[in-house]
Design a protein around this ligand. Structure first.
Ligand SMILES: Nc1ncnc2c1ncn2[C@@H]1O[C@H](COP(=O)(O)OS(=O)(=O)O)[C@@H](OP(=O)(O)O)[C@H]1O
Length: 405
């Protein structure tokens, strides 16, 4: 649906309410979006992403990524500091560039990001987009050979250009920008779960190009998250034999990833994580190598402390206040207390109250096997434990022992 007029009484006139668990149906059900996805050729970008993502043995050769993957975003004009002020009298919300993007749901994958984006899309101040994962700040800037930004790149990507392409080609390829221009209250959500994990390079790009953006992270017990991902991938493989990547059981799936994490030096049999380890150049280099391999990363994606540490460091560097600009939520809590969690999100985004339509669970996975072997769970818990402990240090007492059995 395209919302073109300021709604009255903060009510949504055309809310969707369904229990459908399929993302495909969720997105295709937004029939009112009549505009072709041409400008960025986002469909082929997505396809090439999937192809890269599927190749696990052997991994995507590093050389494929090298050419463009170290690009940084550089700021040519530092005069805009309004995102750093608390002066709400500044009309920043009426400016298109401060609404596109307005908020990013960074991840984690399989933590309920589709549900959250769908919830947000029912709000009268949020423009519903038929594509949830825009994948611009990771995939597109990483190495699209047609990427005009990278062709004349000397020492980095100019922030203004990054934003311009994002707004005009990515968002403008989905809906006409005039709609957003005319409706000065409408804001855009980018829900790309990969952004969280690509923490060696995405935070800089995002914060440099759109320093006003609000960030939301959903975290789920990393063991359950990995199992959910396995079941999703297994079904995709079954339905697409060309995507076979040499795993059948969950154990094989995580073993492959643990091996790579050890090989690149992310997992060092560490039982205690300290600041020195998290802030080390060595870990950053290992993490960067790992995330550029284009693997499924069922274990790596659950190492939240590394990813959040990088994001928090960059927020600091760009003058962002993590108390007001970053919201980290528990997926399990959103599942149990959906209304309460949604209210918290609206408060964080300074959006008017809104009653969420009744939804069932969204984007659920059909599990191949419902239960994980207890020995596998214990093994994964051992790997994640020190990272979860450090997460408590990063995020505070609310996170103490949340996923302890
Ligand atoms: N409201 C709510 N709260 C918490 N979790 C929810 C909610 N609704 C759906 N789900 C579960 O989220 C899992 C899908 O996560 P994502 O949408 O992030 O997946 S994806 O990354 O976009 O593929 C998927 O988990 P599994 O079914 O275990 O795979 C969904 O069931």
């Amino acid at each position: 649906m395209l919302k073109q007029e300021e709604p009255e009484n903060g009510k949504v006139s055309d809310t969707e309410s369904d229990d459908d668990s399929s993302t495909a149906v969720f997105f295709s059900s937004s029939t009112a979006v009549k505009y072709p996805l041409t400008a960025l050729n986002i469909t082929s970008a997505t396809r090439s992403y999937e192809q890269g993502f599927w190749q696990q043995t052997p991994p995507v050769p590093l050389s494929r990524w090298k050419a463009n993957s170290n690009t940084t975003c550089i700021k040519e004009n530092n005069s805009d500091h309004r995102h750093k002020t608390n002066d709400r009298s500044q009309p920043r919300d009426t400016e298109l560039r401060h609404r596109v993007p307005f908020v990013m749901v960074l991840g984690a994958q399989k933590a309920g990001t589709t549900a959250l984006v769908k919830y947000l899309s029912t709000h009268p101040h949020i423009q519903h987009l038929p594509i949830k994962e825009l994948r611009y700040f990771d995939e597109y800037l990483d190495g699209n050979p047609d990427n005009i930004l990278l062709q004349d790149n000397g020492g980095g990507i100019p922030a203004d250009k990054v934003l311009q392409v994002y707004q005009e080609q990515v968002i403008g390829g989905i809906i006409p920008l005039e709609v957003l221009q005319l409706s000065s209250y409408l804001k855009v959500v980018d829900g790309t779960p990969n952004y969280l994990m690509m923490s060696d390079r995405v935070p800089q790009r995002v914060l440099c190009a759109a320093p006003w953006v609000k960030l939301i992270v959903l975290l789920r017990n990393p063991v359950d998250r990995a199992f959910s991902q396995y079941n999703m991938q297994y079904h995709r493989d079954v339905h697409n034999p060309t995507n076979r990547r040499g795993f059948s059981t969950f154990e094989e799936y995580i073993d492959m990833d643990i091996r790579v994490l050890n090989d690149v030096g992310v997992l060092n049999n560490a039982t205690v994580l300290d600041e020195e380890y998290l802030s080390s150049q060595q870990l950053m280099a290992s993490w960067s190598t790992y995330t550029k391999l284009g693997l499924n990363s069922p274990v790596g994606r659950g190492l939240y402390a590394i990813q959040l540490y990088h994001w928090l460091q960059q927020m600091k560097a760009y003058g962002k206040d993590s108390n007001t600009d970053l919201l980290v939520l528990q997926s399990e809590r959103m599942n149990n207390d959906t209304k309460e969690t949604f209210d918290e999100v609206l408060q964080f985004l300074e959006l008017p109250n809104h009653t969420l339509p009744q939804f069932g669970k969204i984007h659920t996975t059909t599990y191949r096997t419902k239960r994980m072997e207890q020995s596998t769970r214990s093994r994964l818990e051992d790997i994640f434990r020190p990272f979860n402990r450090h997460l408590e240090r990063l995020l505070g007492d609310d996170w103490r022992g949340v996923w302890d059995g």
